[in-house]
Design a protein around this ligand. Structure first.
Ligand SMILES: Cc1cc2nc3c(=O)[nH]c(=O)nc-3n(C[C@H](O)[C@H](O)[C@H](O)COP(=O)(O)O)c2cc1C
Length: 228
């Protein structure tokens, strides 16, 4: 079992996001896990050029030139994905935005379905809710089940109780996957894409849906059940 965390801070191991995610993953719960934390300064992630080749051809020309291919592989191999972002003016950091832009097309193919995810937002004092809601939306749109959001503020040190609550929710999702309900937005997306791709004979997104057998389900809830 693997846990992979991407921290959208350029401050490396000094970053509060990095320190808190590390503290979280150092808890006994994760002892059987293979764990990796990457901060944005440790890797090269070029900004999306907007060519849309990912949507039309399923490939990103920049993947050959920077570290994104490697990072995508880590995301696909992970059982639990953690996205942690600094709160910058009530939004994710630019580094986190560059990262999610490069995997945008995964939102059309539920590429991370079956994975559990956790969000960390890290602020001085305020604005965590905007980052939580944005990253939660990104992850659920890619098919993840989000077990919880951790709001970190730098003037508070002890998050043991909140960490335990998220871990409990995560463990619950492994013990009782049938209780992991999809969000209304996931259901809506599934219906929209299903109607669009089922009549699309050329697109790479439709081809992915066919290859994965996504069309055989009547609802996202059924699809999710097959993967969790
Ligand atoms: C450009 C910038 C914008 C920030 N905006 C906010 C903000 O809107 N609200 C807040 O509480 N803290 C804000 N902060 C403080 C950071 O969220 C805080 O320093 C946090 O620890 C950064 O995460 P890191 O330590 O993982 O890099 C901002 C910091 C920077 C550099």
């Amino acid at each position: 079992v693997k846990a992979f965390a991407f921290v959208g801070s350029m401050r490396g191991t000094k970053s509060n996001g990095y320190r808190k995610v590390k503290e979280f993953l150092d808890m006994p719960y994760w002892k059987e896990y293979e764990k990796e934390i990457i901060t944005a300064d440790m890797v090269e992630i070029s900004r999306c050029r907007g060519c849309s080749a990912c949507f039309t051809k399923g490939i990103c020309m920049q993947d050959q030139k920077d570290d994104m291919q490697k990072i995508k592989q880590k995301l696909l191999e992970a059982d639990v994905i953690i996205l942690a972002s600094p709160v910058y003016l009530h939004q994710v950091s630019g580094a986190m935005k560059d990262f999610v832009d490069r995997i945008s097309y995964w939102t059309h193919i539920f590429r991370l379905i079956g994975k559990r995810a956790i969000v960390f937002s890290v602020s001085g004092t305020n604005g965590n809710e905007y980052v939580d809601s944005y990253l939660k939306k990104v992850l659920t749109t890619m098919g993840c089940y989000v077990a919880g959001c951790m709001d970190i503020q730098i003037n508070k040190e002890d998050y043991k109780e909140e960490f335990n609550e998220v871990i409990e929710k995560l463990e619950q999702s492994f013990q009782h996957p049938e209780q992991c309900k999809p969000t209304a937005f996931q259901q809506e997306l599934y219906d929209t894409f299903r109607n669009r791709y089922i009549i699309d004979e050329v697109g790479c997104e439709a081809a992915y849906w066919f290859s994965q057998g996504y069309f055989q389900y009547d609802s996202f809830e059924q699809l999710l059940k097959a993967y969790l």
